[in-house]
Design a protein around this ligand. Structure first.
Ligand code: DGJ
Length: 735
């Protein structure tokens, strides 16, 4: 609900409230716009007293000549550069006369139900509980409009914000920096939480204290990257899964970004998210406009658990492709770790048969099926079947796979090109390249310049042809290198710094066109594992391969971190062979399975290489997962352990109706001579009884939440234990 309140003191307040939270925007008599409050739900009353002047020396000029009125001392909604606020601005523009000062004042607003589309960009979709405030700000000298578009999703307790810039002046201007959201909080008692890592170690939770100055994470790699997810939160240092305040931002964008927190000299914290300003600018001709990608803003007063609940619900209901949202994902077997590049049509058909026997529902042929590709050195870009290797046409292989009663999926890496490819030979100018410099390879590939519309059109045509020709149910959309030596043969010299963002706009156009034209095809995002695990991609792809690391122990912190924002069905989680291909570890199958059952289950191994006992065990795992799949993929996650010393992880999923619960406990390293661990369960109905499958006991929700489950003896490293609980009284609803 968005309420306005005009006060006698000529302040106009906007109370942007969801079921449990409120963000207040205040327009003051001079037309400046502030955010006096963001937090738990409050009523719409005159909050003018919150910004009462407290004179503090800052050696700054006064705004509008009003004594002691300095923007720097006030919490602003969208701070500009230069005008009595010298903290980090949310944006900066350079005008034709060389000036860089922008003075934005309120110029009108519009409130409407729902939410409008962001042209060419992914976004949290409108929903019946959505209401939008468009706040137009204006610089009278330069004739520039900046419109803040804030949507509240009442039932979801979430906000989104994007910003539109319109140049109504007489000359072109440049956007040098543009955040999608900037929030000033009136204290500095926060830790900066982010998800960071590297290839095979993505999405690890990092928390660092704030002190006066700046802290930031970001990407200049052309993708949101393995190093940093475009997610950041300000979190109470004492907060955990169930307690404490959290302010979170998640950028609906897959390219270069910057998330930052700045503590100023008066202990305020400025929290920002947006396009990375380095090596970026954008020319805005007279009459033109620019729209930023949007940020999801979430406030939680009950720790990370409540934050995740809200992200999961929002993304399930309003972000994921509607054709797959709310539907269970198939169990797949991917050929990569089973055979890498070494396969034939016959070996793939045999592998598909094995997959089907084990109970998998989708067989995915990974890299190596096209051009003349037998290793990384060739063919990316030539998306035509490698008939010699496959022993016939792709269609024959697909039919053979279908005869094994399993669906067929394919790997693609559309954004790259091998130097040894027909595509590159025909269009050497289509790759990202700096004039006069060698085009460097990574994994034997160049990056196609998607800022060039002709390249995007080519990819749309080629992939459409592939999907129209063959009965393909699934595409793994991979992307295996970052950008270096940026430069575009298509863009004029003055627009070269637009390339990284234009690349993303090109990619989004391709994905949009393909997913609209082939709505039944399930797309899984991948970028060398989790190099592009962001809500921007999730607008188009229904799941993401969150890491190439398939070692169950290594995946624990990865999955834990990713689950802060991503619901389980979105995370591709595979059981792979032992010894593990990334770590050489031998982990028992039950532990590998328990960890992989925290997401969309896949297999990445050749079942024929296993003993018949192990194969039977795997078949059981797959059957068990199928039974529990709705609870895992549509239910509610509670993380029970993991943030502490990192040796123990535990989590539980409860089904939508609360009648079924799956609890998983993992201990990485066995510790001798310790007491039995207990897991206090969450979200159970206190007065309901729960029966543990195969355990012979029935206990109340109150008991399980208070006293907890006893883990029992842990006798090995990489120990796993799972419990399936059934609520005895199915008629009552969960809390
Ligand atoms: C990187 C991916 O993350 C892997 O799963 C696999 O698809 C390879 N690329 C194939 O080249």
């Amino acid at each position: 609900m968005i309420q306005t309140l005009q006060t006698d003191s000529d302040n106009l307040f906007f109370f942007i409230s969801s079921c449990h939270t409120t963000l207040v925007v205040q327009k003051d008599p001079r037309g400046f716009v502030f955010v006096p409050y963001w937090g738990s739900l409050i009523p719409a009353v005159d909050l003018g007293y919150l910004l009462a002047e407290i004179p503090r020396a800052s050696y700054l000029a006064d705004a509008d000549g009003c004594k002691n009125f300095k923007l720097e001392q006030l919490p602003q909604l969208y701070p500009s550069y230069g005008y009595t606020d010298l903290r980090t601005p949310a944006f900066s523009f350079t005008y034709a006369d060389g000036s860089r000062t922008t003075d934005l004042r309120y110029a009108g607003h519009r409130i409407y139900r729902g939410k409008q589309k962001l042209p060419g960009l992914p976004m949290v979709r409108s929903s019946p509980d959505a209401e939008t405030l468009e706040l137009k700000l204006h610089d009278a000298l330069q004739q520039v409009d900046v419109t803040i578009v804030l949507t509240v999703f009442a039932e979801h307790d979430a906000l989104t914000q994007s910003v539109k810039v319109e140049n109504h002046g007489q000359a072109p201007m440049k956007i040098d920096k543009i955040c999608s959201a900037s929030i000033d909080l009136p204290d500095n008692r926060w830790e900066f939480l982010h998800l960071s890592g590297a290839w095979a170690r993505e999405s690890h939770i990092c928390r660092q204290p704030l002190s006066q100055g700046n802290v930031s994470v970001g990407s200049l790699r052309g993708a949101s990257s393995h190093a940093h997810n475009p997610f950041a939160a300000l979190i109470d240092p004492a907060a955990d899964e169930t307690h404490g305040e959290v302010y979170a931002m998640h950028f609906v964008y897959s390219g270069n970004f910057l998330a930052s927190a700045q503590v100023d000299m008066h202990q305020n914290t400025r929290f920002q998210m947006g396009l990375h300003p380095f090596d970026f600018d954008w020319t805005l001709e007279e009459g033109d406009s620019f729209v930023t990608p949007e940020v999801v803003l979430l406030y939680s007063e009950e720790g990370l658990g409540q934050m995740s609940d809200r992200f999961h619900a929002l993304y399930r209901d309003c972000l994921l492709p509607p054709n797959f949202a709310g539907k269970t994902r198939p169990i797949l077997l991917n050929s990569w770790e089973a055979s890498y590049f070494q396969f034939t049509g016959e070996s793939l058909t045999r592998l598909a048969g094995q997959a089907s026997n084990i109970g998998a529902e989708l067989f995915v042929v990974d890299d190596g099926w096209f051009g003349h590709r037998d290793d990384t050195t060739s063919s990316v870009g030539d998306w035509v079947p490698y008939q010699k290797k496959l022993g016939g046409d792709l269609n024959e292989l697909i039919q053979a796979v279908h005869r094994q009663e399993i669906a067929f999926g394919l790997w693609l890496e559309p954004e790259m090109v091998s130097p040894d490819s027909n595509l590159y030979r025909a269009h050497p100018d289509w790759v990202i390249q700096a004039p006069g410099r060698r085009v460097e390879k990574s994994r034997d590939e160049y990056v196609l310049d998607l800022s060039n519309p002709a390249v995007c059109d080519y990819l749309i045509d080629t992939i459409s042809h592939l999907l129209a020709t063959y009965p393909i149910s699934y595409i793994k959309w991979d992307m295996n290198r970052n950008f270096t030596n940026l430069g575009s043969t298509y863009l004029p010299a003055a627009c070269q710094k637009e390339q990284a963002h234009r690349y993303m706009l090109g990619l989004y156009r391709i994905l949009d066109t393909l997913t609209q034209a082939f709505p039944k095809v399930l797309f899984e995002g991948c970028a060398g594992g989790g190099g592009r695990t962001d809500p921007g991609m999730l607008y188009y792809v229904s799941q993401i391969w969150i890491s190439d690391d398939t070692d169950a122990l290594e995946r624990l912190p990865i999955q834990y971190g990713a689950s802060l924002t991503l619901p389980a069905e979105v995370m591709g989680c595979h059981i792979s062979a032992v010894p593990n291909h990334q770590t050489s570890r031998f982990i028992p199958l039950q532990t590998r399975a328990a960890v992989a059952m925290a997401g969309s289950l896949g297999l990445e191994m050749d079942p024929a290489a296993m003993s018949s006992e192990e194969r039977a065990e795997l078949e059981d795992v797959v059957a068990r997962y199928k039974k529990l799949r709705p609870t895992i993929q549509q239910g509610r996650l509670h993380r029970l352990k993991g943030l502490e010393d990192g040796n123990e992880y535990a989590w539980m999923f409860s089904s939508l109706d609360g009648a079924e619960v799956l609890v998983t406990y993992i201990q990485k390293r066995m510790c001798p001579n310790t007491i039995t661990r207990r897991l206090r369960l969450r979200g159970l109905k206190p007065d309901a009884l729960y029966r543990a499958e195969g355990e012979g006991w029935v206990r109340s929700g109150q008991e399980l939440a208070g006293a907890g489950l006893a883990v029992g003896r842990v006798l090995t490293d990489a120990f796993a234990r799972q419990w399936v609980l059934h609520r005895v009284d199915h008629s009552s609803k969960d809390d």
